[in-house]
Design a protein around this ligand. Sequence first.
Ligand SMILES: Nc1nc2c(ncn2[C@@H]2O[C@H](COP(=O)(O)OP(=O)(O)OP(=O)(O)O)[C@@H](O)[C@H]2O)c(=O)[nH]1
Length: 378
Amino acid sequence: MAFFSKLKDKLFKSSSRLEEGLDAIVEDGGEETTPDPVIPDPEPEPQPVPEVPEPAPVPQPAEPPAPIPADPTPAPPPPEVPDSKGLLGRLFTRNEDRMVVRRTLDDDMLEQLEELLIASDMGVDTALRVTSNIAEGRFGRKLSTQEIKQLLAQEVARVMDPVAKPMPIYPKRPQVVLVVGVNGSGKTTTIGKLASQFKAAGKKVVIAAGDTFRAAAVEQLQVWGDRAGVPVLTAPEGSDPASLAFDALTKAQNEGADLLMIDTAGRLQNRADLMEELAKIVRVIRKVDDTAPHNTLLVLDATTGQNALSQVETFRNLADVSGLVMTKLDGTAKGGVLVALADKFGLPIHAIGVGEQIDDLAPFDPEEFAAALTGLQT
Ligand SMILES: Nc1nc2c(ncn2[C@@H]2O[C@H](COP(=O)(O)OP(=O)(O)OP(=O)(O)O)[C@@H](O)[C@H]2O)c(=O)[nH]1
């Protein structure tokens, strides 16, 4: 399945919530009108087209004229036309028959739209900005759900465009990628997926299991390393993660690896400890390479909704976050939080996770995301 349709399928919960809300807003106070001449209906399913006879060949001047038969057989009847309007005519009639509900864009409608976007986890500031952009120059106009969806998708894509950037790859080898985020956000899974993608792109990847406090976390990372075909360096439970990171970078350097991904603990319960732990990892790896880490990826779980915003605030204070990966966008109705994140922080969004399988990580595409989020048929 093409990734786009998969994303649309998987973001169904977000889009269906928005879609239902938009329908309800337009129907509340809207009135039936003829279909919009500007915005076409989605492409109809392909219909069997009656076969049209081949045009008669144009006679070649060099050829002798065909003899005219004395008693010509009657010309075959023209192909039967199912009804007087033909296929296009019938489609057109169907459109004519189908009325579209439109509602005049006024203060009430804008307020309802704002509320819907806030309920879709876009956050208050972003919801206000998006709705005021939609209203600009359109106040008093009658809009259908489809038109609002298009406008909304346009606005969402506009907010997201500047942050859609793949993780930068530097000539520096090994490039060190520190992966941070709260427990359960999807760090391990994302490291496994990224490792698999970089390996498939011909990169030599090494993973360091830096959450040395949880044996289960290390084991899980080893499982993902095996799946991706990438070595995972571990240290005994309870040992110093900074020391493991140092050893891992030295080894990665000696082995000529392109990329070292370091998993870290995500215990936010004790922020001071976590901050010290992350700072120590950075201090220690800089003894090997004073430009490391080259990327600090913050992994966020979309299902936490607005909580993702405070996680960004927190982790930006703990580490020098350079980019985001948003996981679990499948099956959540909180996908709108990504718009709020982009609008508020402007941090690059490198990738999104849409499932638990190794290939369920995709580059972030703002137009696709906006269409999937708003339920816009493209
Ligand atoms: N549906 C879905 N599940 C995901 C996605 N990414 C991760 N998960 C699941 O989320 C759960 C937690 O993921 P982990 O990768 O273990 O998260 P972590 O941040 O490493 O967690 P700790 O090991 O506790 O620090 C696992 O059950 C994953 O399968 C995603 O994009 N979609």
